[in-house]
Ligand binder design. Sequence first.
Ligand code: RIB
Ligand code: CA
Length: 313
Amino acid sequence: MKKILLFADPGIDDSIAIIYALLNPEIEVVGIVSSYGNVDKKQATENVAYLLELANKTDIPIIGGTTRPFSGEIPTFYPEIHGPEGLGPIVPPENIAGELLNFTEIFNIIDQNPGLTIVDVGRNTSLATAVILSDDLSEKVKEFYIMGGAFLVPGNVTPYAEANFYGDPVASSLVFDSLKNITVIPLNVSNNSIVTKQHVATIQESTQNPLIDILDEVMDYYINAYKKLIPGLVGAPLHDVVTLSLLANPDMGRFIYRDVQIQQTGKTKGVSIADLRVKPEDTDKNVRIYLELDYPLFLEDFIRVMSTKIPTE
Ligand code: RIB
Ligand code: CA
């Protein structure tokens, strides 16, 4: 069982990652930090609160993260991919707000949960803020899983950069320079985590619960958005879900250990760099970078977890 504190910016693939984590018996979510990214922080928070309500898990704390990158720039949001409210066509009911806890609650959660994994599937501003506010995060947290980057493959938000690192490259740099025990899941892997409407239908035929009932509407929006971006693509990549799936199934892909750097400015802003030449691994010092995914195993895991029946009380 992995206990996780999840940093997210839901967003469609973040939302499905939250659903996956809540349904996976191998994962216990001990808190969710909601921040700007795909949508603004307020919307991200409402979406987290809505999903926790659907899951009947309102006891999971929601912590207020950051509203913009360290540069102070007004962030760009992505309604064309994630929908105006971040959940495709779905608008969370107005009475859903959720109690938003102060950022410092992160440190209480870390203290109360030895062996904790932090998973960041959004811009890295909130995690970098936690790094700045603490001098022993790497000692207290067992491992960090980060969705971001693109190593010698095209980016998704620019020709060269992936969206999470591009969104706040100063924060991403700080995180990679400061923390040990980082596993990164870049586009090299996440672009291949394609889920289709047929997969969604299979899941919905095998189970019924409020979290899964919204899956077709949300995924239809996301798949149609990706079809416009990448003509001919059947389905859409679930970047944030595959990050959690690899956490639960570390052997489901191939990885190497390398130092990682993030470019800060100019045309290569947000670009992730590592020396990918064949050489001896330095597992003590370096970041674990996933470069390949066993797609059939991922699909099997995704469909199995999403088809999990919620025990009725
Ligand atoms: O590049 C993929 C990442 O950017 C994912 O975390 C997705 O949610 C988007 O924000
Ligand atoms: Ca995300």
